[in-house]
Write a protein of this length. Structure first.
Length: 100
C-alpha cells in the first residue's frame, strides 16, 4: 500500500506527521449536539455458516468544529485522540450534502 490507499474493507488510510490516519465514510444521522455529529457507518459481513452477506452498522460520534454538517450528509471521518468520553473521531470533509 502506498501513502494513501484503500484496504480490503473499504476504509482509507492516509499518513500525517508519520502516523497513519484511519478514515471511514458514513452518513450523518444526528447533528443536535454542539460541535458533534453522529455518523452511521455501514459495512457488509459474510455470515460464517450460510455465506450470505449481512449489513451491519455502527454509530460514531465525530467532532464537527464549524457545525457545518447537516442530517443526511455523507462525510469522511478520521480517528483522533479522545476529545470526550465517546468522541474520538473528527470530520475531515463533507462528501455529499443531503437533498432538501
Amino acid at each position: 500500500m502506498s501513502e494513501n490507499g484503500t484496504t480490503e474493507n473499504g476504509t482509507t488510510t492516509m499518513k500525517q506527521d508519520g502516523k497513519k490516519l484511519h478514515m471511514i465514510e458514513g452518513r450523518v444521522v444526528s447533528n443536535r449536539m454542539d460541535k458533534t455529529v453522529t455518523v452511521l457507518v455501514e459495512r457488509q459481513v459474510k455470515h460464517a455458516l450460510y455465506g450470505k452477506y449481512i449489513r451491519r452498522s455502527t454509530k460514531l460520534h465525530a467532532h464537527d468544529a464549524e457545525n457545518t454538517c447537516q442530517m443526511g450528509d455523507t462525510v469522511r471521518i478520521a480517528e483522533c485522540a479522545p476529545i470526550s468520553k465517546t468522541k474520538n473521531w473528527r470530520v475531515i470533509e463533507v462528501l455529499a450534502h443531503a437533498a432538501e
